[in-house]
Design a protein around this ligand. Structure first.
Ligand code: B12
Ligand code: SF4
Length: 495
């Protein structure tokens, strides 16, 4: 019997905008290993890959992508796809809001090469806007929510169109071209049953395996309701956890197979289940699994005792979503944390000997000079080791997006413009966009100057940095390069 051959593609976005460090697409990796465990021939093409670098420049007001680089990259992608699409029956594309334009371009390239390939769009954006995504010319089926089981059903049943009515979690066109939505698929309750995310990807530069830092997840879903976040659309509000033993098993496997010593937990909110983290740290310590790792969470989730244990078990960095230094703003965005809690949490993380990263968002609709000052004051007070100061992008699926849309404040619905380099997307109450950008540059600059001074004058800090990166030669070299770069920037008074 013919078994469908599948290609999964991660469209380019970060490679053009450099708005984040490249990171392999865990979601596609999960879908791929699940299908492979049922005997399907699956490849993943990561078109959003570039060699590892820690020199991501701060994003300021530059709206344009690097077009020359873009054209070259698209040429490489096309050439790759000609080879990769040979005998492929189903092409799955991972789609986020900012990569929507690229995803459609991938679909067009694929149909031009092989008009018979069935194109399936999945991931966060199609899950939020399935009907609209299906209206696009080259998209045949949209998958809503987690992709493992749905993609397996599609792989087992396509090209039989009639079977689609019985597959939960999809949206497709019937014979008359009408959109049909099947019932919602239940979330995967037991994450331990999933095979570990595939780490073998093909890039336009050739085949590559793991990178230096392995992304990993310990849970799916988030029970909080921040108004700027759209994450619940894919993974829901009911959090599901992997067992600590299952996570440790994956770590040991990745360590052995790819010699990875550094891990980054990509959970929505790491550590909500204290028992899981406790047990994971116990296993890492008792079995002598020597790794360094980081995670992102909310203020107040991890107490000092837990943070100390995490430090002993190799945790070098925790970043928390603070979002604003103004208490009223925190209420408005439904962050549900107090400034005191943030301050205490930050102090605990540092006291535990862990590097503190803080994520802030500025440019809310109600942002004023005063609220920005409060955010800057908070940064100065908690003195994080690193900050992310993003300008708000109202992603579809978030409460903020819905409100701005209702009030006709959105300037565009062109998703290709919903990217970190173009946050001038809606009408704000008080502060014009240009002023906001100016404030952002100033806050970042002040932070970086202080941060660099701390780096060069604090010997304990330098030794800690060297210690953290000792097991990974590539990161060690990158760190030294970054150190020289920082000195140069500091001495030349630029940032
Ligand atoms: C790791 C990560 C990254 C990495 C890797 C991204 C990637 N391509 O996987 C990097 C650093 C590159 C990155 C960059 C960006 N990210 Co990011 N990222 C994450 C993060 C923290 C984890 C993603 C993850 O691995 N989840 C775990 C896996 C298992 O879940 P999953 O990816 O959703 O995959 C499942 C389903 O979606 C589905 N699925 C996914 N793809 C496909 C494809 C098919 C065909 C099918 C059938 C199903 C399917 O099945 C998967 C398994 O069940 C999420 C937040 C989160 N916790 O999820 C944000 C998140 C996805 N990122 C976000 C954003 C905004 C960005 C950036 C714009 C940031 C920036 N400053 O530029 C860029 C955009 C990059 C891009 N190409 O989309 C937003 C997306 C918002 C939106 N509406 O699009 C999120 C949700 C964070 C947030 N709360 O705002 N990101
Ligand atoms: S921002 Fe983080 S904590 Fe808030 S809802 Fe989204 S994933 Fe949950």
């Amino acid at each position: 019997m013919h078994k469908n051959k599948i290609l999964l593609v991660n469209p380019p976005y970060v490679v053009f905008t450099r708005t984040a460090e490249p990171c392999l697409p865990l979601g596609l990796g999960y879908v791929s290993s699940f299908l492979e465990s049922y005997g399907f021939d699956v490849s993943i093409f990561n078109a959003d890959w570039m060699p590892y670098t820690i020199f991501t420049k701060p994003i300021v007001s530059n709206k344009s992508y690097d077009y020359k680089q873009k054209e070259n990259h698209w040429l490489k992608i096309k050439n790759c796809m000609v080879k990769l699409l040979e005998n492929v029956d189903i092409l799955g594309i991972a789609v986020s809001t900012p990569s929507y334009g690229s995803a459609l371009k991938i679909a067009k390239i694929a149909k031009d090469i092989n008009p018979n390939v069935v194109i399936v769009a999945g991931g966060i954006h199609p899950s939020i806007m399935p009907g609209k995504t299906l209206k696009e010319d080259n998209i045949d089926i949209v998958v809503i929510g987690e992709g493992e089981h749905t993609m397996l059903d599609l792989a087992n049943n396509l090209p039989n169109k009639k079977s689609l009515y019985n597959i939960p979690g999809i949206c497709f066109r019937d014979e008359q071209g009408e959109a049909i939505f099947t019932k919602r698929r239940d979330f995967i309750e037991n994450l331990d049953l999933l095979p570990s995310s595939n780490r073998k990807f093909i890039s336009s530069e050739g085949r590559y395996d793991m990178m230096k830092i392995a992304p990993i997840i310990a849970s799916r879903g988030c029970c909080f309701k921040c108004s700027f976040c759209s994450r619940h659309a894919v993974m829901g509000t009911n959090v599901r956890y992997r067992s600590a033993d299952n996570i440790a098993e994956e770590i040991v496997y990745l360590k052995r197979k790819y010699r990875i010593n550094r891990f980054d937990f990509k959970d929505d909110t790491f550590g909500v289940n204290n028992l899981q983290v406790n047990r994971l740290c116990d296993i890492l310590l008792s079995k002598g699994i020597n790794i360094s790792w980081g995670c992102q969470t909310r203020a107040g989730i991890l107490d000092f005792r837990m943070l100390r244990l995490m430090r002993r078990a190799g945790c070098f960095g925790v970043s928390i979503g603070v979002e604003s230094g103004n208490p009223d703003m925190l209420k408005k965005i439904k962050k549900n944390i107090s400034i005191d809690r943030v301050v205490n949490s930050a102090a605990d993380i540092k006291r535990a000997g862990i590097k503190l990263g803080c994520n802030f968002i500025i440019g809310y609709r109600e942002e004023t000079e005063k609220t920005l000052q409060d955010t800057e004051k908070l940064i100065n007070k908690i003195k994080p080791d690193g900050i992310n100061l993003s300008l708000l992008i109202p992603y579809p699926g978030s409460e903020i997006f819905d409100k701005l849309s209702e009030e006709n404040r959105l300037k565009t619905y062109d998703w290709t413009l919903y990217n970190a380099k173009n946050p001038d997307l809606f009408v704000r109450d008080n502060m014009p966009y240009d002023k906001l950008v100016m404030h952002r540059e100033r806050i970042l600059k002040n932070f970086l100057i202080k941060m660099r001074l701390k780096k060069f004058t604090n010997i304990k800090y330098i030794i800690n940095d060297l210690w953290i990166n000792r097991k990974c030669p590539v990161l060690f070299v990158e760190m030294l390069k970054q150190f020289v770069y920082d000195i140069f920037k500091y001495l030349s008074h630029s940032y």
